[in-house]
Design a protein around this ligand. Structure first.
Ligand code: OXD
Ligand code: MN
Length: 589
């Protein structure tokens, strides 16, 4: 694309034909003004925002979406590369010309009678050489307000863009919120996304999954870096030393809880840098560095409460940067505060449910949608790392991968080296959750937790991971975890949440070579008593079960991995096939 910012805005005016154009400046005054306007505006039969109790949740608003528009819609999401092979079997593919024609016919003149919000934004701190310039146009004030929270928007972005034509273009309209006319089309070669018919975060906040993962993963392959579905944390030990980790989990597997963890051990502290996306670059010193390109958290509300994530509850009640949005939660009418399952242990008496109806607890249905969300600025987080805006990012010592698995996968193990880490990450399976439309609880392969987000052929993506390993001087250790293993009675064996810090501490001990490990067919397991379980009521038998490698289960797993790999044919790197063969041999011996 060769057009400047001004030319792009003009092109979009001509194409989308809005009544008004508003260019966002990113100021707090603007946030107040747009929020007040959104309270009055009715879209798709609902007020866009309803003000909540500011004394308890400062500057907070409630948003309800169309019940047909509550999650990412993977079957309507396309990667439009010139050839189908380039998009790979992991993506829905459409020929770019066909996709453009389809979107042009849906979007031509679609903003008549509406305002077009133009959102200049930077993904990453504007001072960073790793940050990227972007512009989204949208006709949704909810999207505009959300983008203000999730990215660095307005003047700082416009200054960075200047007269350059090198910026991502996102074109969004909520259209008539009709799933039959809903498409999220990615054009990696053109640094462009066109999205129509949905206001849901992952489909409409185009800086998030669409740009920072799908398009950015493609750019990362060209430019020699990685865009990953990962949290970023720094774990401080009592001696003051901070060890930085990135961790990848499929949606709704407790990423946000881990990103804001309060360790159980005195003297330890987790510093938060990101809860969803990390961009990984090799720094000048040859180490792997992570930045979080986002500026806010778009977190799953249900399950977030004082017991499970007290730091997030404080974040939601902070008032440094506003507004904070609650989408498809319920509302407690006694005090006009947002509520969701798990927010408090008791269910309030008088709730309005996520669809705006009086809640009937005997219905057996939840009051908040299972994928209801909060959108809150990272700057409101009391554990935000002082390094958050460091343009270099933070040096990574450990990479954690996980999934949600009732069986087979141990609580934790360490991969022997980088390449076996890439192999193990490439075979992750996880039970599906409410973050994407479709059946829940089915195990699907989700390599690196990136299956829905990798913007090109995953076979080539695996090769890119292997190639990155050759560029990094001091390779981080790679760990696999599964907080969700169940016993014969279907009960979780590991308490999870704050107790996950026990596992992180073991990882730090491994990184600092303070503890040995036990060889197993899949990797290195903790030695007896190496995980500090002080104060935890858990039997040795349960711990042994949590850490067991059951060959029969793994045989079944290998069959599923082979089936998954076979979809990619020759694109699977030889090295990973060799790892699979060797695993098979060890499991069958
Ligand atoms: C998310 C997701 O919204 O992964 O973060 O679905
Ligand atoms: Mn995510």
């Amino acid at each position: 694309m060769t057009t400047s910012f001004e030319q792009f805005v003009q092109e979009m005016k001509d194409f989308l034909e809005p009544d008004k154009v508003y260019i966002m400046d990113g100021s707090q005054e603007e946030a107040n003004r747009l929020a007040a306007q959104a309270e009055k505006e009715v879209v798709d039969g609902r007020n866009v925002l309803t003000k909540l109790n500011g004394a308890q949740y400062p500057y907070s608003y409630w948003h309800r979406s169309n019940p047909n528009d509550v999650a990412r819609t993977e079957h309507l999401t396309f990667v439009c590369t010139p050839s189908e092979e380039e998009a790979g079997p992991n993506n829905n593919w459409m020929n770019p010309d066909e996709a453009k024609n389809k979107m042009n016919s849906l979007m031509k003149g679609c903003m008549k009678g509406r305002t077009m919000y133009v959102i200049p934004f930077v993904m990453g701190t504007p001072q960073s050489k790793y940050a990227k310039n972007c512009v989204e146009v949208t006709d949704s004030v909810y999207v505009a307000l959300s983008m203000r929270i999730m990215a660095r928007t307005g003047k700082q972005a416009l200054e960075r863009i200047g007269s350059s034509s090198d910026f991502f273009r996102g074109i969004h309209s909520i259209g008539d919120v009709n799933p039959d006319r809903r498409f999220i089309m990615h054009f990696p070669q053109e640094n462009l996304v066109m999205s129509f018919g949905s206001g849901y975060g992952g489909n409409a906040l185009l800086g998030k999954k669409c740009y920072s993962l799908r398009i950015a993963s493609y750019l990362g392959k060209q430019e020699g870096w990685l865009a990953e579905h990962m949290i970023v944390i720094g774990v401080q030990s009592p001696d003051g030393k901070i060890t930085y980790f990135v961790a990848a989990f499929p949606s709704a597997c407790g990423k946000t809880n881990l990103a804001l963890l309060e360790p159980v051990f005195p003297g330890y502290k987790v510093w938060t840098l990101g809860d969803d996306i990390a961009w990984l670059n090799v720094g000048e010193d040859g180490q792997l560095y992570a930045i979080n390109p986002e500026a806010g958290f778009f977190g799953v509300a249900p399950g977030t409460g004082e017991n499970t994530n007290p730091v997030m509850m404080q974040t939601l009640k902070n008032d440094k940067f506003f507004p904070t949005l609650f989408t498809n939660t319920a509302v407690d009418n006694a005090n006009n505060t947002p509520w969701w399952e798990g927010a408090t242990s008791d269910v309030p008496q008088d709730l309005t449910d996520w669809q705006g109806q009086k809640y009937d607890a005997s219905s057996g249905k939840p009051a908040a949608h299972p994928n209801s969300r909060f959108t809150v600025s990272a700057y409101n987080c009391p554990t935000l790392s002082p390094e958050y805006d460091n343009p270099k990012g933070v040096p990574i010592s450990g990479i954690i991968f996980g999934g949600r698995r009732a069986v087979t996968i141990p609580l934790v193990y360490e991969c022997k080296d980088w390449n076996s880490g890439v192999f193990m990450a490439s075979i992750i399976g996880s039970e599906t959750t409410a973050a994407a439309g479709g059946t829940q609880g089915v195990v699907r392969r989700d390599p690196m937790a990136m299956l829905p987000f990798c913007g090109y052929n995953m076979g080539q993506y695996f090769q890119h991971w292997l190639d990155m390993g050759k560029k990094i001087k001091k390779l981080p250790k790679v760990f696999m975890v599964n907080w969700f293993r169940k016993d014969e009675n279907g009960k979780f064996m590991w308490p999870g949440f704050r107790d996950n810090s026990r596992i992180i501490k073991w990882m730090i001990d491994r990184i600092e070579e303070k503890t040995g490990a036990v060889e197993s067919p899949i990797g290195l397991l903790p030695q007896d008593n190496a995980i500090n379980l002080d104060g935890l009521n858990i039997s040795k038998e349960t711990v042994d079960k949590l850490l067991s490698v059951n060959k029969e289960d793994w045989k079944k797993e290998i069959a599923l991995i082979e089936e998954f790999y076979s979809k990619f044919g020759d694109e699977i790197p030889k090295d990973l096939r060799a790892h699979l063969d060797s695993l098979k041999e060890k499991i069958e011996s």
